[in-house]
Design a protein around this ligand. Structure first.
Ligand code: CTP
Ligand code: CA
Length: 232
């Protein structure tokens, strides 16, 4: 590490970040999950703390050491993540939803391990919708709080990555949406990344390709000027 001072442009700011991916149990040993490693969310927490913020990290199933100076709240399911985020968001200046939240969960969770029946094919798994935590946080946020969503998108027959992302930003109602193009399948678990930060006013800021720490620094440099001035 060099001796140069890092900009303290987040000094006195309270930052809440979710990271990782939720797991939705089927029985005591099995779950529906996703490939989110938590690396980008952890990098955002590490950079925010280094730039002076007071950081809380709600971590869903992440196997990474807690970043220095960051308070980590460990959760498993979308429901647990929701409860933790609502509790911690009350006094945050900025909320960043970097976690991959399962859209659906099994409708019932077996109390004992499910057994295979050699005589028949397996039942299908009935799913129910999970709450949209980001949309809820937007709906219940205190005045002046900035809410930032994440989206991993691919282009398809209905439109390109940015078209889908702009529609998602409008649907969620958040202030900023950090968009990852995952068309090439190159993001999950990798240590490098590049993103575009879309704002509700239609503007788009590209954060160039780099390490997840470099991308996190670029994301904060985009977010910080959007924060209302701190109280004197
Ligand atoms: N998100 C959330 N709660 C959910 C689903 C998503 O808070 N139940 C948040 C994610 O943390 C992310 C943003 O919403 O910040 C976008 O997630 P994404 O999965 O891209 O959006 P969805 O609305 O679920 O749309 P899609 O059908 O593309 O999955
Ligand atoms: Ca989703």
């Amino acid at each position: 590490h060099g001796a140069e001072a890092l900009a303290q442009d987040l000094a006195g700011r309270r930052v809440l970040i979710s990271a990782g991916g939720t797991r939705e149990p089927l029985d005591p040993v099995r779950y529906l999950g996703n490939r989110s490693s938590g690396k980008q969310g952890y990098a955002l927490a590490r950079v925010a703390a280094a730039r002076g913020a007071e950081v809380v990290l709600v971590a869903a199933n992440v196997e990474l050491p807690a970043p220095f100076g960051v308070r980590v709240v460990a959760v498993g399911t979308a429901e647990e993540l929701r409860t933790a985020m609502h509790a911690e968001a009350k006094d945050a200046d900025v909320v960043v939803m970097a976690a991959a939240v399962a859209d659906f969960r099994p409708a019932t969770v077996a109390g004992a391990k499910l057994k295979k029946d050699s005589a028949s094919e397996p039942d299908s798994v009935a799913l129910v919708r999970n709450p949209d935590v980001l949309a809820e946080l937007v709906g219940s946020r205190p005045a002046g709080q900035l809410v930032v969503g994440f989206a991993a998108e691919t282009g398809d027959a209905d439109g390109d990555v940015l078209t889908h992302a702009r529609a998602k930003l409008a649907r969620k109602g958040c202030d900023l949406l950090v968009v990852n193009d995952v068309s090439a399948g190159q993001v999950f678990g990798r240590s490098e990344n590049s993103v575009v930060v879309l704002a509700a006013d239609g503007s788009a800021a590209a954060v160039p390709h780099g390490s997840k720490d470099a991308v996190a620094a670029g994301i904060w440099t985009t977010i910080t000027p959007q924060l209302p001035p701190p109280p004197p």
